[in-house]
Design a protein around this ligand. Structure first.
Ligand SMILES: Nc1ncnc2c1ncn2[C@@H]1O[C@H](COP(=O)(O)OP(=O)(O)OP(=O)(O)O)[C@@H](O)[C@H]1O
Length: 973
């Protein structure tokens, strides 16, 4: 947002125009010293023309004395001419006074003198309308100085002038013609604006300070002098409309050429007179002679209005006149002589700089009305030329707040004069121009620059720019608009068809403008207090131009109209008389405007919650909010993605870990199996159980759920445990039946699995050590797995606690379920590990028991049969014992050990039977397939959870019915 502090403070001296079309804002051209002296000189040496000289001599001694006395009085009062010379102070003082100013105490003396002399003049002029007009003009100037003079002026002659000009007709020069004749040229010296006498301004425009009431008093005197319509306009509205006429230099004019009458331009008295078939004298607020430059034109006709706009009034400045008479020259100016627009821009920024207690925001739009269509001169499509895509049609709308406005129209916020000038230069570039007979680069459209000024009070105190930005009085925003309009020129003599079409539109809209202004007088009084409704009968809607100007013309705005004329017709294709008629029409238009337009412009109220400043502030806040939201959203998404990626990675790791763990378990199973096959499991029953265990492990690696696999695994482990508990009983049994069973159960490819222990010679201790090592391995692995799971959990938790609540409920549930599954998996793996532990313990105790059992047996055998002592090793190593030897060795044993052996055999049979049942069960359930050779294989893909789980109770039931084994299995379960 363009905060006030952000508005750069332009340097008047350095401001330059971005393009050649807009003049440099350098003040040097404006402040040229001694400008007025040459002006005066130029008056006497101005080029010959058909201009009459000022009528001073014709006024007679009184008038002359009046004139001179008034001037001298002004000078002495202001103290500017005498003390400072025509310097900057003077110029500015004069310029500000273009709007009537209140009298000051210091001016009273001079006022009295002016008053008396004016009275004298007017009384001397009675009976001569021409003189009356001239004198009234002088009196009008005088009257600005004091209200005291006003009454006499009003009462005397003003009405006689303005009764005629009111309806657009000027008073013809019926008398005093002689007085004008013989005068070659006229270029009155720049008039000394009465404000200088009032001394109501400081010498610098930048310390402008005036009293509004006083100003209105001043304006009252001025207007009453010019219009003589006292009582019609209220004091408040007079002076709000300034009408000026500017005469373009007629460089090509030659004496006697194309003359159609005699003209008199008296800038000092703001008078233009014409002597021809009819004689006219027109008085305006300002008349600028050919030698007056743009700076003077701006100072006198627009400067004050611009500053009032900055204070909160709406203001409209427009240039009206025939083609080629200098409208664009006056509004835009040149590089060396900037016009109203660049000078206004400079002033706007000066004002901002001088008003630090308020915050300002400026936005600018630029449109043209060409052939009754509105074009946005700042839109890209306009700037890009005819090839660019057509822009959306711009329409005029009206609302109570904004009045009549064009939409959609691009508005640019500007923060410096350079920026503003650049924007306008861009629009100028896009504006349509063409060559007419009277102007090589004629504007073919009405161009409207609109600068919207928003301001509001700052809180006192804040020194830093930061403070200034933040500290505001909780007041409202004041919005005012400055419209600077360069109308297209009327042209009657177009030859080219395109020019004619354009000309028709231009003329039609100008005609409507003239009609509206003429009609304003009909209901002037009404309009002074009018509501919008009452003014609706005026044909504002007949043209886009009048519709756009409606708020200004109907009194809501300060208005300054600059009418341009060219007195000579040199350069014009039109015949001299046509040209003169056109010029007279312009003058009539100006006179009507002066008399008919009533402005009761009021300073805009400070609106709360409205205005661009506030909406921009709100927008900015919203934007930053949205930005923060977006950033946090992006950040959250990034975190979420990272978390997802981490999560996936962890899942993958866990999956791998699980697979690896299973492999390890399988491997462990194999080791157990091999240990069974060699030592503890020498009876073969264990081998069968081991198969089962292995089977469960294999099944486990299938596609069934973790739970089912765990059940299987547990089942295998339980079976093993049971087997181990039985083995503790059968440790000494080495019946060949087990070998037979073992061979029938072992798949062929298991021969390798038996591995190093397969020879049956490896010691049990070695197997136990291997198992232990494996166990340690497994434990390590599980702890790693646990650690990872913990990490995964932590990151999940942190994700949740970080408020990445964008995760859908389903996702949460998924994660939780997954975690639970992993927990279960770990638990189950633990159980398996415990099983293995127990199994190992069982194996150890079995080994120990076997050792113990063998020791007394060996001892008794050796005791009773000393010759057989060497057979001990054979009994413990069936592989090394000769076939059938075992029975022969057993025979000599005592009846007690026979009994013991019997019991062992029985229990071994029992285990075998149990295993058979289990295997049979599995075969029936389709988990195992019996090969033709009698061996059993695992059927791949037979992983039916229901079946596998179902086997457990069946097995349990079987085992339950069997004494000590039942107890052990129950405990395991
Ligand atoms: N006061 C002046 N002093 C010097 N040159 C002037 C003055 N007024 C106008 N001119 C010159 O006269 C020519 C026509 O002026 P300009 O284009 O401003 O006329 P216009 O009224 O805008 O015409 P149109 O309506 O055709 O656009 C330009 O070359 C301009 O420089």
């Amino acid at each position: 947002m363009a905060s006030p502090s952000a508005l750069p403070q332009p340097s008047r001296q350095t401001t330059s125009t971005p393009t050649g079309s807009i003049a440099s804002l350098s003040s040097t051209t404006r402040l040229k010293p001694s400008r007025r002296v040459p002006d005066v000189q130029r008056v006497s040496s101005s080029s010959p023309s058909k201009l009459r000289s000022p009528t001073r001599p014709s006024l007679g001694g009184n008038a002359q004395s009046n004139s001179s006395s008034s001037i001298s009085t002004l000078r002495s009062t202001s103290g500017v001419f005498t003390s400072n010379g025509p310097d900057r102070s003077l110029r500015r003082t004069v310029s500000i006074a273009s709007f009537p100013q209140p009298p000051k105490a210091s001016s009273r003396l001079s006022t009295a003198s002016v008053s008396s002399s004016t009275s004298q003049v007017t009384s001397n002029m009675r009976g001569s309308p021409d003189l009356v007009k001239s004198a009234t003009g002088t009196a009008r100037k005088q009257s600005r100085l004091s209200t005291a003079t006003t009454s006499s002026n009003r009462g005397s002659k003003a009405s006689s002038l303005h009764n005629n000009s009111n309806d657009g007709k000027s008073v013809p020069n019926l008398a005093g013609i002689k007085d004008y004749e013989g005068q070659i040229s006229l270029s009155s010296p720049p008039q000394s604006r009465s404000s200088s006498a009032q001394g109501s301004y400081s010498t610098s425009a930048t310390t402008f300070d005036e009293n509004e009431d006083a100003e209105h008093r001043g304006s009252d005197t001025k207007d009453s002098a010019i219009s003589g319509k006292k009582g019609i306009r209220s004091k408040e509205v007079k002076g709000n409309v300034i009408v000026s006429v500017r005469v373009r230099p007629d460089n090509g004019a030659q004496e006697g050429s194309r003359a159609d009458g005699e003209w008199m331009v008296d800038g000092r008295r703001s008078l233009i007179g014409f002597k021809g078939k009819e004689n006219y004298d027109y008085f305006y607020d300002n008349v600028f002679a050919a030698h007056d430059n743009n700076s003077k034109v701006y100072d006198s006709s627009a400067k004050r209005l611009v500053r009032r706009v900055m204070e909160g009034y709406h203001g409209t400045v427009f240039a009206y006149g025939m083609t080629g008479t200098g409208k664009t020259f006056s509004m835009q100016g040149t590089a060396s002589s900037p016009g109203v627009i660049p000078l206004a821009i400079t002033d706007i920024f000066s004002y901002i700089r001088e008003t630090p207690h308020r915050e300002f925001l400026l936005r600018v739009s630029y449109l043209e009305i060409y052939n009754e269509k509105i074009h946005d001169l700042l839109s890209a499509s306009t700037a890009n030329g005819p090839g660019a895509p057509a822009q959306e049609e711009i329409k005029l709308r009206e609302d109570s707040k904004r009045g009549v406005y064009a939409t959609p129209l691009k508005e640019e916020i500007v923060q410096s004069p350079t920026q503003l000038l650049r924007v306008i230069a861009r629009g100028d570039h896009a504006r349509r121009t063409g060559s007419t007979q009277f102007n090589a680069r004629s504007s073919r459209s009405h161009a409207v620059v609109q600068i919207v000024v928003e301001s509001r009070e700052r809180a006192p105190g804040g020194n830093s720019s930061q403070d200034k930005r933040l500290a505001f009085v909780p007041g409202g925003v004041r919005v005012s608009t400055l419209s600077l309009i360069d109308l297209a020129g009327s042209e009657r003599a177009a030859e080219n068809k395109e020019r004619r079409t354009e000309g028709a539109h231009i003329n039609k809209s100008l005609l409507t403008l003239g009609t509206v202004i003429a009609r304003l007088s009909e209901s002037k009084e009404k309009i002074a207090n009018s509501t919008d409704k009452e003014s609706k009968h005026l044909p504002y809607r007949d043209s886009k131009l009048t519709r756009l100007l409606q708020p200004a013309l109907s009194g809501n705005s300060l208005v300054s109209i600059l009418c341009t004329i060219q007195i000579g017709s040199s350069g014009s294709a039109a015949p001299a008389n046509t040209h003169t008629n056109e010029t007279l029409n312009t003058l009539k238009f100006a006179a009507r405007a002066k008399n008919n337009i009533v402005s009761h412009a009021k300073r805009a109220e400070e609106a709360f919650g409205g205005g661009m400043i506030q909406s921009l502030r709100a927008q900015l806040e919203n934007q930053s909010k949205t930005q923060v939201e977006n950033e946090s959203k992006v950040e959250e998404e990034r975190i979420e993605k990272e978390a997802d990626a981490r999560h996936e990675e962890q899942m993958l790791e866990m999956q791998l870990a699980r697979t690896a763990l299973k492999e390890r378990i399988e491997h462990l199973n194999r080791l157990i199996l091999s240990s069974k096959s060699t030592g503890v499991n020498s009876n073969g029953a264990t081998a069968a159980l081991d198969r089962l265990s292995r089977l469960s492990g294999t099944l486990e690696s299938g596609t069934r759920s973790l739970r089912s696999s765990a059940s299987q695994s547990t089942l295998g482990a339980n079976s093993l445990r049971r087997t181990v508990s039985q083995l503790s009983l059968n440790s000494g049994d080495q019946s060949s039946g087990y070998h037979a069973q073992r061979s029938s159960l072992l798949p062929e490819d298991d021969d390798d699995t038996i591995g190093e222990y397969g020879d049956g010679n490896a010691s049990l201790q070695m197997q136990v050590t291997a198992l232990q090592a494996d166990l340690v391995d497994k434990n390590r692995y599980i702890s790693t797995l646990e650690r990872r799971l913990l990490q995964a959990r932590r990151s999940s938790h942190s994700r949740m606690s970080m408020g990445i609540s964008q995760l859908k409920n389903g996702e949460d549930a998924d994660v939780i379920t997954l975690l639970r599954e992993k927990d279960m998996e770990i638990t189950e793996l633990r159980i398996q590990l415990d099983d293995k532990d127990r199994m190992l313990t069982a194996l150890r105790s079995a080994a120990r028991q076997r050792d113990i059992a063998q020791m007394p047996l060996d001892a008794s055998v050796s005791d009773k049969q000393p010759g057989n002592r060497n057979s001990e090793g054979n009994s413990s190593s069936p592989a090394s014992a000769p076939a059938g030897d075992s029975s022969s060795l057993v025979n000599p044993i005592s009846p007690a050990s026979e009994k013991e052996k019997d019991a062992k055999r029985k229990s071994t049979d029992e285990v075998s039977r149990m295993l058979d049942e289990m295997i049979q069960d599995r075969v029936e359930n389709g988990h195992l397939v019996k090969s033709s050779r009698g061996s059993i294989r695992i059927l791949s893909g037979t992983t039916n959870q229901r079946e596998s789980i179902g086997t457990v109770p069946a097995l349990s039931g079987t085992v339950d019915s069997r004494g000590s084994i039942t107890e052990s299995s129950k405990a395991d379960a």
